[in-house]
Design a protein around this ligand. Structure first.
Ligand code: ATP
Ligand code: MG
Length: 205
């Protein structure tokens, strides 16, 4: 249900889209823009994980400020979609429960929407201290191309969101960047320029 945009007293609707964004790509951006449009959100925050606790130890994660800079470059000029440094400012491991609690504190009256891809929705039960989340947020589950549909997680208010399927991942983009294959149109130009100027993902990394 979309809110009435002519009602100035309506509580703001904020999308929280967390990720490692190592690096950000058009799959993330299309999901953010679609979530904003379909659910009538005022803003979608791309919350860059400081320490993605589920990925630490698996591989080297690019420094958080550099990932944030690339996200900021990607969304520069995109209405209603913002890079958010809250988890980096907080430091330490990035747990969605802490992020939602902080945004609730900053925006007591807002309606909060937690945007996740299906792969993430399937692993919600592994999240730390997630018990309080279902009463705080509506879960927006983005259908990600190439994935088998997962059942809606029990106990959450869920809004499914179909987006044009873009079967790309940061892993594939890191591989492309490392071997010098093209990434044009998979990552916005401004973000590619930022990646190059910071010397990220270069060959031999
Ligand atoms: P990696 O390959 O390193 O895991 P990723 O592309 O999955 O990277 P993440 O930063 O892990 O990116 O994902 C952040 C969020 O974006 C997750 O909720 C994930 O499901 C979602 N997401 C990632 N890629 C896509 C895509 N192509 N389409 C829609 N959602 C996506
Ligand atoms: Mg991922």
């Amino acid at each position: 249900m979309r809110p009435d945009p002519s009602d100035p007293g309506a509580p703001s609707r904020i999308g929280i889209f967390g990720g490692t964004f190592d690096p950000i790509h058009i799959g993330h951006l299309v999901a953010a823009v679609e979530a904003r449009f379909r659910l009538g959100l005022d803003r979608v925050l791309l919350v860059v994980a400081n320490e993605p606790w589920q990925k630490v130890g698996e591989r080297a994660v690019t420094a958080a400020p550099a990932r944030l800079a690339v996200v900021a470059a990607a969304v520069d000029g995109v209405e209603g979609v913002e890079a958010c440094s809250l988890e980096i400012d907080r430091g330490g491991p990035s747990f969605p429960a802490d992020t939602v609690a902080e945004l609730r504190r900053r925006h007591p009256a807002a309606q909060l929407f937690l945007v996740v891809g299906e792969d993430v929705a399937a692993s919600l039960d592994t999240w730390h201290r997630a018990e309080a989340l279902p009463e705080q947020v509506t879960l927006v589950v983005v259908r990600r191309g190439g994935m088998r549909p997962v059942p809606a997680p029990a106990g959450w208010r869920v809004e499914p969101l179909d987006i044009p399927a873009l079967d790309i991942s940061s892993s594939e983009l890191r591989r492309r960047l490392a071997v010098g294959e093209p990434v044009s149109f998979l990552i916005p130009d401004a973000a590619i320029r930022c990646i190059r100027s910071l010397g990220l993902y270069a060959e031999g990394r």
